[in-house]
Design a protein around this ligand. Structure first.
Ligand SMILES: O=C(O)CCC(=O)C(=O)O
Ligand SMILES: [Fe+2]
Length: 299
């Protein structure tokens, strides 16, 4: 699931004149998508790299990929030109968009020592979850671009095949997970992710293999649930951990997760974050993607 950029493609990408992107509402504009695609298609070995990426995300057994853009980050730095390249790769998978009106396309995930340690930008264990779990139409893909890893060496990403974890549960447990008995978090001011969904079922019986496993292990500590539903959710959380893979994102690594297949999270950052100046702490940029009609994963 790790994808290296062939060196001749890397060389061409360094010089690629990608223009600043335009938005159409909360989505990347079609004109930008077309322009980026035209530029990329003219580079050597691009089509096969994009095909490998799409296959890793949607092929049999797939569901996530890490595109290694570290050499490009080294050559270009990690500001605008690099972000345009990452956006162009993302646009080969689905349509980039921002559900948060206060954020442009990419959202910073820095490190805040005072925040709830188990939440986004906290320093602790960020348990298995899908992003925007309580929206009726969560983003089809969530993506994380590593600008700076934890300088103290912590914070590996964790990923787990959600449907494989569900398949290992008992029938009784799965029945409980299919009940509309779960809820998590707040919901306001979000674009293009549907309505607030509360309470929701974790398993959507309409499409057992490709539907979302609408889960966040964060609900175990933060939402009031009945004892039977808590127990079922705990069993799912344990199976996700049993099946997990983990790896540390390096500078320039771009993690793309198909939210219909895999759930994600992150191990704790290394102790001592308060001794690291804010500007040196781990920094990711997050971008969401919406699958279009006709590619087999439309919402
Ligand atoms: O910090 C990470 O690696 C993951 C963050 C995350 O999953 C989130 O903010 O939704
Ligand atoms: Fe997340």
């Amino acid at each position: 699931m790790f994808i290296d950029i062939p060196s001749e493609l890397e060389a061409a990408l360094i010089d690629l004149p990608l223009p600043t992107w335009k938005l159409d509402g909360s989505f990347l504009a079609t004109s930008t998508m077309k322009r980026y695609r035209t530029e990329l298609t003219a580079t050597p070995r691009f089509e096969e790299t994009a095909a490998t990426l799409r296959h890793a995300l949607s092929g049999e057994g797939g569901g996530y990929a890490v595109l290694r853009l570290g050499n490009l980050a080294k050559a270009l730095g990690t500001d605008d030109r690099f972000l345009r390249l990452a956006t162009a790769f993302a646009a080969e998978v689905a349509v980039p968009f921002s559900p948060f009106p206060q954020w442009p396309l990419w959202k910073d995930i820095g490190v805040k020592v005072d925040k709830d340690p188990g939440k986004s930008s906290g320093i602790g264990y960020n348990a298995f979850h899908m992003d925007l779990v309580n929206a009726t139409r969560p983003p089809d893909y969530t993506t994380l671009l590593c600008i700076r890893p934890d300088p103290l060496g912590g914070g590996p990403s964790i990923l787990s095949d959600a449907h494989a974890a569900v398949a290992r549960l008992s029938k009784d447990c799965r029945s409980l997970l299919a009940e509309s008995a779960y809820h998590y978090g707040t919901f306001f001011d979000l674009f293009d992710v549907g309505e607030e969904y509360t309470p929701f079922p974790i398993l959507d019986s309409s499409d057992p293999d490709e539907g979302f496993v609408r889960f966040t292990a964060k609900m175990l500590a933060r939402s009031e649930l009945s004892p039977a539903h808590v127990e079922a959710a705990r069993e799912l959380a344990a199976e996700l951990v049993r099946g997990q893979v983990s790896f540390t994102l390096q500078r320039g690594s771009y993690l793309i997760v198909n939210q219909r297949r895999f759930l994600h999270g992150r191990e704790a950052l290394h102790d001592g974050q308060e001794t690291v100046p804010f500007a040196d702490r781990r920094l990711l940029l997050q971008l969401f993607l919406r699958a279009g009609a006709g590619d087999g994963s439309a919402a």
